[in-house]
Write a protein that binds this ligand. Structure first.
Ligand code: URA
Length: 295
């Protein structure tokens, strides 16, 4: 088989595997791809083989990076068929852990302040896990991480990678919103003690999900996971290790919101390209060029 075809086949299979693990049970293919597939001799894979030959529409591609999608996301339909057992097992263990955290009072001051525990959201079998530092006001209200302004940007970053929010897992080091004196606007950075107290929950989430890559969003998330206080500017874009799982630090989306600088966006995007390469996700030329400046 020519080298290019081998590479295409490997990339396609890795991508299909990502989707399969995301719970997708069928994929849509461009008509042209269909012709190419027999010569690529894609092996039969449980749950995806039938629909691989059932070409209907394009595979997902990112629209504009970190921007509102201009049309409906090009996602793959879920057939609603039953999940593999290990996926159900992960879901069951995550749900049990979620119930444990829901009543957590390890930090009495946080338990008294929060509206609810913000456990985490996403695919129980995700290959990619993002972690931030702690819920903000909107997350505390909705019970879901990254749903405020920074979360909307994170969602667009995920879509720029050709994925959907439901394909990955999103969590925080702290499951409770850091308390603030009444009437104080904004958010407070979690203390090292609070993070240390809560970290076992995230560790357990990671142990259940077993992602292939963890992305630490921002200096606080990096410090909470690794204890490293070296500047995020120095460590971003370098794969570290978190208990055997590659950990990539990058800037927090809220930093990008406060400092709308194209070079910063490019740096974050380069970090995400590294993640995509590590996961063997397809990367188009267009995606490679996002946020490149002319100078
Ligand atoms: N910032 C975080 O670190 N986590 C959230 O969930 C929201 C904003």
């Amino acid at each position: 088989m020519p080298k290019d075809s081998e590479q295409l086949r490997a990339t396609l299979l890795a991508y299909v595997e990502t989707l399969r693990r995301a719970g997708r049970r069928s994929v849509r293919l461009r008509p042209g791809w269909r012709k190419g597939l027999p010569s690529l001799s894609i092996p039969q894979q449980e749950g995806v083989s039938e629909s691989l030959s059932d070409a209907r529409a394009p595979l997902p591609t990112a629209k504009a990076p970190f921007q509102e999608p201009t049309s409906e996301p090009a996602s793959l339909p879920s057939s609603g068929s039953s999940e593999p057992t290990d996926q159900s097992e992960s879901s069951r263990r995550l749900e049990a852990l979620r119930q444990t955290t829901a009543g957590c009072r390890r930090c009495a001051h946080l338990a008294g302040f929060r509206s609810q525990v913000v456990f985490g959201v996403g695919n129980p079998h995700a290959r990619l896990l993002f972690t931030g530092e702690a819920p903000g006001a909107e997350e505390d209200r909705q019970g879901e991480p990254f749903v405020g302004p920074a979360g909307k940007l994170l969602t667009r970053m995920i879509q720029a990678m050709g994925l959907q929010r439901e394909d990955v897992y999103i969590a925080n080091i702290l499951k409770c919103r850091p308390d603030l004196p009444a009437g104080t606007p904004g958010n407070r950075k979690p203390t090292p003690e609070e993070m240390e107290t809560c970290l076992p929950y995230l560790r357990e989430q990671i142990a259940i999900i077993r992602p292939e890559v963890i992305v630490a969003l921002g200096a606080t998330a990096l410090e909470g996971l690794t204890g490293l206080r070296k500047g995020i500017s120095t460590l971003r874009g370098t794969f570290l290790d978190f208990q055997g799982t590659p950990l990539l630090p990058t800037f927090h989306p809220s930093y990008l919101l406060h400092k709308p600088d194209l070079r910063l966006k490019r740096q974050v995007w380069e970090d995400l390209l590294l993640v995509m390469e590590r996961l063997n996700l397809p990367i188009s030329e267009r995606q490679r060029g996002y946020f490149l400046t002319k100078d």
